[in-house]
Design a protein around this ligand. Structure first.
Ligand code: NDP
Length: 240
């Protein structure tokens, strides 16, 4: 049986690597995205993976989309909550839109997707949910009160939902990546990035594949005893 895996923000960066790794491992993958049609088309042409456009920060649209995905592809057994954005700014300059966008996209999305998929997972007594947090949710980051709050929220969300799923064959885990070489990090000014890399003990940025292989490990059918965990994948930048 080929399990269906939904990867939010699965067409670019870390999500793209996760989608491809899951496909290569035999999953039937659906990648979600929100606005970048050109990237989604290039992704579909390159990988042959379906890309479905919906905004994971919108509860109703996400519910409708997941219902459609389940009728087109089959029940979602593996859910990777990867979609995320940054809208950086120090608190004294941050406006309410920056706050709302990041909380809704990075944290609200985990509720929206999980709520739509969880009942089926409970009925089938199988589910794998992996939420992509961040080193900056663990350690905080100057200029990212919104992002750090949302990512930190993901870690609490993961532990609570893991407790609810534990008796139902559903595991819920989080990955906290360090700095990974994607568009999100390429947007950081070069001199700032150099300082960041200098603080990474392994001496390099992470690659999207570093995160994808951790997802594969967590969603395996046999990974039944790992739940409520946050796995840091950060080159040793933050240890605790
Ligand atoms: P990218 O900016 O490269 O890609 C983001 C993806 O998320 C895109 O596919 C984008 O779609 C999608 N997306 C954004 N908003 C929405 C939305 N509202 N609905 C649906 N899809 C959406 O990000 P990364 O690959 O760098 O990051 C992936 C995840 O990893 C994020 O959660 C990020 O916070 C986290 N992370 C990243 C780190 C890094 O160093 N890169 C470090 C720690 C955590 P579209 O193409 O349509 O815009």
């Amino acid at each position: 049986m080929s399990r269906v895996a939904l990867v939010t923000g699965g067409t670019r960066g870390i999500g793209e690597a996760i989608s491809v790794a899951l496909k290569d491992a035999g999953y039937k993958v659906v990648a979600n995205y929100c606005g970048n049609d050109d990237a989604a088309k290039a992704f579909m042409d390159k990988t042959g993976i379906a890309a479905i456009k919906f905004d994971v920060s919108d509860f109703e649209k996400t519910k409708e989309a997941i219902s459609q995905i389940e009728s087109d592809y089959g029940p979602v057994d593996v859910l990777v909550n990867n979609a995320g954005i940054t809208r950086d700014g120090t608190m004294h300059r941050m406006d309410a839109d920056q706050w709302d966008a990041v909380i809704k996209t990075n944290l609200g999305s985990c509720f929206n997707t999980s709520r739509a998929a969880i009942e089926g997972m409970r009925d089938r007594k199988f589910g794998r949910i992996v939420n992509v947090g961040s080193i900056n949710g663990q350690a905080g980051q100057y200029g990212q009160v919104n992002y750090a709050a949302a990512k930190s929220g993901i870690h609490g969300f993961t532990k609570a939902l893991a407790q609810e799923g534990a008796g139902k064959g559903i595991t819920v885990n989080a990955i906290a990546p360090g700095y990974v070489d994607t568009d999100m990090v390429r947007a950081v000014p070069e001199e700032v990035l150099e300082k960041i890399i200098a603080k990474i003990p392994v001496g390099r940025l992470g690659s999207p594949k570093d995160i994808a292989r951790t997802v594969l490990f967590l969603v395996d059918d046999d990974a039944t005893f790992i739940t409520g965990s946050t796995i840091s994948v950060n080159g040793g930048q933050h240890m605790y």
